[in-house]
Ligand binder design. Structure first.
Ligand SMILES: [Zn+2]
Length: 580
């Protein structure tokens, strides 16, 4: 039938052409034929070419289908030095929740001694070595990289630092006492700001002695390190011999103002002599980690029957920004068109690795074989962008892209080439809204000052019934994850200063349920988890609860939703009566 349709089209086209044959060149004629083909047959899947005037039809190759190379090699700015070691951490969860640090009142607050009174043992190029991003290369700069360690003596157990790997960001280490080190973090590339995230490697340690680390260039005036949060330690030997992964560590923890900026200090003992250890602000989640995960899901034929992986766009450095579309196939055209959409994104802020762990939990659930997952796929079309800022993640930034800007303040940009990741995301959402209803948008983040998980939403003015509507989903989340998610910490505002965020930009496009979900870097203050840190399992569970809540929210039996709406209205009227 298709062949007949094409033949009919060609014959009609030839007749039309001879009727109106004015002075068209051959190229014009071929271009007209192409346009006529897509218009008449209503398809862009057929490609038309000519061989000496004879038409040749071929099928268009699938758009940007992702083929992963055997070794994923992220692209770095050309001036960045990158070591060749492959870094891999096992995934592990502590058998018991890890408690917050309890201050003793004797924690020291020493002021930075600096290079004058210490010995520089590690130093890499500054984030502003080049003023702005110029070009990139897989694996970073060419040729052998220079030694960043100086004066290391294997016999005296001077620590050997390294951070020139994906998401690493230690700029400098100064030894100021036998076991005492002052650390400077590399600022976000091409900026002099945004230090908070840290991730680096240490070697040549001695077990059983107490080391002190003090990061001296933090920029925020408050931190969860003042509320009991501990940093993370990973020992390669513990992973190999005991199967133990990232663990909370440290004593004498204090976050305080130093002369110019803020310091974070802690002490710790390493478990083994001459081990390879890593220290981090939160469980690392690199671009390569995401690629391994996506490769794994795209190699499962069951999963690929309802999950399509594409490249949404490329970042400034040329790293692929992936988009995952999840929905069940096989429904009738009408059914498919009636499906509403849900948009979920993460890692616009590269230092907020907890966003990626929630995202992985969300995808695990959604792509799984449970009945609930099946129901979600039958009900919705999910558009998921798991890592919005791969360049920032690769270079170890906390907040910015390689444009030196916070992408989550640039969703309204018209500069596609400077902000490709958010421009294309917004464009994708606009197109999606033209074809179907988008019921919810959520961007996953990490939060550095508050415990628990919570959401920021917008605030519709106008009708009373609409007014509280955007609070229903977060309230339902808090019921489903009552020992982790705090409804009290949620805020519903449309602030002028936040106009460029994904949340407000999508809300302005017309998505009423437009949120950011913020997971703390610390832990919980709720229920049976009060006073304990979150693990990767906890963060992933938030992804499951998110799916669970979507099912409740869209349950055809509206009892749950109307119960929550009534409950909100009660709370609201009692708050109002208190205020007046
Ligand atoms: Zn954020």
């Amino acid at each position: 039938m298709a062949v007949t349709a094409i033949r009919n089209w060609w014959n009609t086209y030839q007749l039309d052409k001879s009727d109106t044959s004015d002075s068209n060149t051959e190229e014009d004629g071929q271009e007209l034929a192409r346009r006529s083909l897509s218009k008449t047959l209503r398809t862009r899947q057929l490609l038309l070419d000519f061989d000496g005037g004879r038409p040749i039809l071929t099928l268009r190759a699938p758009l940007d289908l992702v083929n992963f190379p055997p070794i994923s090699c992220p692209r770095w700015p050309i001036e960045c030095e990158v070591i060749s070691d492959i870094i891999h951490h096992i995934e592990w969860n502590p058998p018991e929740p890890e408690p917050f640090y309890q201050p003793t009142g004797h924690e020291q607050t020493q002021m930075p001694a600096g290079e004058e009174q210490g010995k520089v043992v590690y130093c890499i190029d500054h984030a502003t070595k080049c003023l702005y991003f110029t070009c990139s290369r897989a694996g970073g700069c060419r040729g052998p990289i220079k030694s960043a360690t100086c004066g290391i003596n294997q016999s005296d157990f001077t620590l050997e630092f390294e951070s020139r790997f994906e998401s690493g960001n230690l700029q400098k280490a100064v030894q100021v006492g036998v076991y005492d080190y002052e650390l400077t973090l590399r600022t976000d590339m091409y900026t002099r700001k945004h230090t908070q995230w840290f991730y680096f490697r240490v070697r040549n340690m001695k077990a059983g002695v107490t080391y002190r680390f003090t990061i001296v260039n933090l920029m925020k005036s408050s931190s969860l390190y003042s509320q009991g949060m501990k940093p993370l330690l990973y020992s390669e030997r513990a992973a190999k011999e005991k199967g133990v992964g990232w663990q909370r560590c440290g004593a004498n923890i204090r976050y305080y103002r130093n002369c110019i900026l803020f310091s974070f200090t802690w002490t710790l003992q390493f478990p083994y002599d001459s081990d390879t250890c890593y220290l981090a602000h939160c469980y690392p989640y690199t671009y390569s980690h995401l690629q391994r995960y996506l490769r794994c899901i795209s190699s499962n034929p069951v999963v690929t029957s309802y999950c399509k992986l594409r490249v949404l766009c490329h970042s400034l450095a040329g790293n692929a920004v992936y988009i995952v579309t999840v929905t069940s196939q096989g429904g009738s055209r009408g059914e498919d068109r009636r499906k509403k959409a849900v948009v979920v994104t993460a890692r616009v802020h590269p230092g907020e690795t907890n966003g990626s762990w929630m995202m992985e939990g969300f995808l695990d659930f959604l792509l799984g074989d449970s009945e609930d997952a099946q129901l979600l796929r039958d009900t919705f079309v999910f558009k998921v962008v798991p890592m919005l800022n791969p360049d920032g993640v690769v270079v170890g930034n906390y907040r910015c892209s390689l444009a030196g800007r916070d992408l989550n303040r640039n969703y309204k940009t018209l500069l596609r080439d400077s902000f490709p990741c958010v421009w294309h995301t917004r464009n994708m959402v606009e197109k999606l809204m033209a074809e179907r209803d988008v019921v919810l948008y959520c961007d996953f983040h990490g939060h550095n000052r508050k415990n628990n998980v919570f959401m920021y939403g917008c605030n519709s003015r106008g009708e009373a019934s609409q007014k509280l509507h955007e609070r229903i989903f977060p309230l339902m989340m808090s019921k489903n994850a009552s020992n982790k998610f705090s409804f009290k910490s949620c805020k519903f505002q449309v602030q002028k200063s936040k106009e460029g965020t994904g949340r407000i930009a999508m809300w302005r496009l017309g998505i009423k349920n437009s949120y950011t979900m913020e997971a703390t870097f610390g832990g919980s203050t709720l229920g049976n988890r009060k006073g304990t840190h979150f693990t990767t399992r906890d963060l992933k569970s938030l992804g499951f609860y998110f799916c669970d809540t979507l099912l409740d929210y869209c349950d055809p039996d509206r009892t749950k939703v109307s119960n929550k709406a009534a409950c909100l209205a009660n709370v609201h009227s009692s708050v109002n009566s208190l205020e007046h």
